[in-house]
Design a protein around this ligand. Structure first.
Ligand code: PNS
Length: 164
């Protein structure tokens, strides 16, 4: 039984994140979509509870995905849930340096933990939660980039919901 953790801020989760989660769930027995409740909570648009709920709804059809949150070191959480794999998505070469450092730091803190990288599918390679929030805030179209619940939540948050 191999448990993998897919950690991130997911503020909010977009289709690129959900695609990595679904693909990871096909490789590993159990995938924990782990929302970081860490220090920079003030700079987040959504609370950790909201981020968890949005992801939970979007991944409800995948039986071996569990959506959870964690605080503190990722490796401590990995030990707590019995995970020995960390899954990350890689969009472009720009992601590589940071991911390289994190993978080796996590490996130094918890010998035996493996980081596995899934290439983001080309159609999602340009997506970032930061950009999506900016587009939504300015009233741009985000349909087809985020799941319906996230689109609704973003448009509500920014008051850009069209009347029905
Ligand atoms: O979506 P993000 O913000 O790129 O995710 C970064 C995340 C949550 C994976 C990373 O910041 C993390 O693992 N934070 C937990 C604290 C920790 O363990 N830091 C050392 C990691 S090398």
């Amino acid at each position: 039984m191999v448990t993998a953790i897919y950690p991130g801020s997911f503020d909010p989760a977009h289709l690129g994140h959900l695609d990595v989660a679904r693909r990871g769930a096909q490789i590993f027995d159990r995938l924990i979509f782990a929302v970081n409740a860490g220090q920079s909570a003030k700079t987040r648009l959504f609370t950790v509870e909201e981020r968890v709920e949005l992801a939970r709804v979007a991944l409800a059809d995948v039986p071996n995905v569990i959506v959870d949150s964690f605080q503190g070191l990722l490796v401590d959480y990995a030990r707590q849930v019995g995970a020995r794999v960390i899954v990350k998505g890689l969009r472009t070469v720009a992601d590589f340096g940071d991911e390289f450092q994190q993978a080796h730091m996590n490996g130094a803190l918890m010998p035996g933990i493996e980081s596995v990288f899934l290439m983001t599918r080309p159609e999602y390679a340009f997506m970032s939660s930061t950009l999506l929030k900016e587009v939504a805030r300015l009233g741009g179209r985000i349909g087809g980039m985020v799941p319906p619940g996230v689109e609704q939540a973003l448009r509500q948050r920014f008051g850009t919901l069209e009347p029905v």
